[in-house]
Design a protein around this ligand. Structure first.
Ligand code: SF4
Ligand code: SF4
Length: 279
């Protein structure tokens, strides 16, 4: 089956995947932070999960300090375009596997927020991070993002579950990519990241949501209000109230409806030195 894997990887690269790797399905079943996740729920007889990664264009990330219009039309558009690109790659790879006689299901880059797991906004949901780590694409950094040696955390992730017998790559980059420099922790304006613990337990989702949904941007106050920090099950429950009270926040979030949702803070992504300089 080495030929099938080689052919799949080659095809994925020709249609725009920056990286691709294979995870053994048994290693992603009922993981600690999402215990109801089972590859068999997607594909009977699932043997592996394929991790797909696409990279942001250089300079697309790190525009947080620009005015809203520039940020939304530049980073926002790049983010939404990349989401469409990875969906197209996923659909083509599923078709490729089906034509070879296998079953395959695509899981897109966005998963629901309210899964109770630690996530950094919508950027790298837990399941995709786990699959990418076990498939050897990178490792979870202090930023709670998947950090790849080539592109740092400036990537989007998606996965395919399949019964194709592809040889797993293994978590070969764990302990080898994040430099523990804590630049992401220091630069995180909302205090969502901490150096006192290790990922994912150093991440406060509600604080990150303040950056992610644009509360920080429109109020120009880095620390979220107390009712936002303490909101349960998450700050999403108080977001409508803030949107009603703040016309600029409403205006900013209307961009999501216009072009598709995207994070309003990218500091932890942009500041990471991995993959960002000539080495
Ligand atoms: S830097 Fe922004 S996106 Fe990253 S964890 Fe902090 S608030 Fe969230
Ligand atoms: S900024 Fe430093 S600590 Fe944070 S993920 Fe990147 S390498 Fe790791």
């Amino acid at each position: 089956m080495a030929d099938l894997k080689e052919e799949l990887i080659e095809f994925a690269k020709t249609i725009g995947a920056a990286k691709i790797g294979i995870a053994d399905a048994s290693l992603i079943k009922n993981p600690p932070q999402e215990q109801d996740f089972d590859p068999e729920n997607y594909v009977d007889g699932a043997k592996c999960a394929i991790s797909i990664c696409v990279a942001f264009p250089e300079d697309a990330v790190g525009l947080d300090d620009e005015d809203d219009f520039t940020f939304c039309t530049s980073f926002g558009s790049s983010y939404v375009t990349l989401k469409r690109q990875i969906d197209t790659i996923g659909a083509k790879l599923v078709k490729f596997l089906e034509e070879k006689g296998y079953k395959a299901k695509y899981i897109g880059p966005e998963l629901p927020f309210d899964k109770g797991c630690q996530i950094c906004g919508l950027l790298h949901p837990y399941i995709h991070k786990l699959i990418a780590t076990i498939a050897g694409l990178g490792e979870e950094g202090m930023s709670n993002l998947l950090v790849t040696p080539e592109y740092g955390p400036r990537v989007l992730l998606a996965s395919i579950i399949t019964d194709a017998p592809l040889e797993p790559d293994g978590p070969k980059l764990v302990g080898k990519v994040c430099r523990k420099c804590n630049a992401c922790v220091e630069e995180c304006p909302t205090g969502a990241l901490s150096e006192e613990n290790y990922p994912p337990y150093n991440f406060e989702r509600n604080r990150c949501f303040w950056g992610y949904f644009g509360g920080m941007r429109v109020t120009e106050v880095d620390t979220p209000p107390l009712d936002w920090i303490n909101a349960k099950p998450s700050a999403l429950s108080v977001l409508p109230k803030y949107k009603e009270q703040n016309p600029r926040l409403k205006e900013l979030l209307d961009w999501d409806e216009a072009i598709g949702n995207f994070p309003k803070c990218t500091r932890c992504m942009s500041v990471c030195p991995v993959g960002a300089e000539e080495e």
